[in-house]
Design a binder for this molecule. Sequence first.
Ligand code: HEM
Ligand SMILES: CC(C)=CCC/C(C)=C/CC/C(C)=C/COP(=O)(O)OP(=O)(O)O
Length: 300
Amino acid sequence: MTAITLILRGALTNWREYLVLCKPRIVSLIVFTAIVGMFLSVPGLAPWPVFLFGTLGIGLGAASAAAINHLIDEKADAVMNRTQARPLPTGKLTREQALIFAITLGVLSMVILYFLINPLTAWLTLASMVGYGIIYTAFLKRTTPQNIVLGGASGAMPPVLGWTAATGELHVHAFLLFLIIFVWTPPHFWALAVARRDEYGRANFPMLPVTHGVDFTKQQVVLYTFLLFAVSLLPFVSKMSGLIYLAGAIGLGGYFLYLAFALYRHTSNELAMKTFGYSIFYLAALFAFLLIDHYLPSFL
Ligand code: HEM
Ligand SMILES: CC(C)=CCC/C(C)=C/CC/C(C)=C/COP(=O)(O)OP(=O)(O)O
């Protein structure tokens, strides 16, 4: 049986496992931020082929990188409660199946973006895939507590990819959207890492609470949340967005700061998980405000 036949038969029976390899909830938010970048880059609506193929190409690229992350992390995932039920540690999928799947998604993403969108978006997506799937997962995650600050650059790229998909060029406003996600990533991840510090220690990952302790990590969460609050005002300052966005950024950022301070004052896993959960809501809502602010005034 050829490898392709194997994967096709496997895909029919194991589609749920393949879906898990794609980290669908994370990729959904990634794709949403890309769509916001795409729509903010143009005055009206983005043309439908850009929306369709841009979203598909970026989503497939992110899913491919997520599947590579599962392959590289198989042994470490087996040690942590949070990750031990994943398809590779449980043997529900073989490494060969996961590898062929990751390559197929990656190639599809490149073909769609290069030929149906533009080469710039294809190259930047490839760089983001390599940045997360290989540089972050295989090297940074295992060697430095700053892994996530450096690795966060890949996760911050989607709005830039959406922007270049629609316009074919880079713009300083796209860079502001990048900066928001880049500065958001440390409080997003370190809040979770505080709650899961023992597991990360057992799996030998040099995450900040493991290497520098919980107090230092909580200080960094407060620091980056302050920075995030400031950076989130830049779309208004640069006149990319208006008052609707500003009100949203202040409200959402204010509550993020409140949670970061509360966590700073009392360490509790519940509060750390609440801050982590809120970080996800925050990013989705902030980007929704960007979109509402872009379109609502023309309906009023
Ligand atoms: C290097 C950067 C990042 C790191 C290290 C990181 C880390 C994590 C981890 C460890 C989880 C928990 C996953 C689980 O429960 O199995 C998580 C969840 C999540 N992350 Fe991130 N993240 C990063 C960037 C991003 C980005 C850029 C986005 C979206 C724009 C994102 C969105 C999410 C979402 C939506 C979840 C919840 C997933 C769920 O409920 O299943 N993350 N992140
Ligand atoms: C092409 C493109 C836009 C790529 C985007 C890259 C991408 C999918 C970024 C998400 C970052 C993320 C989920 C990190 C968690 O990995 P982890 O290994 O620390 O978490 P885990 O322990 O749950 O596996």
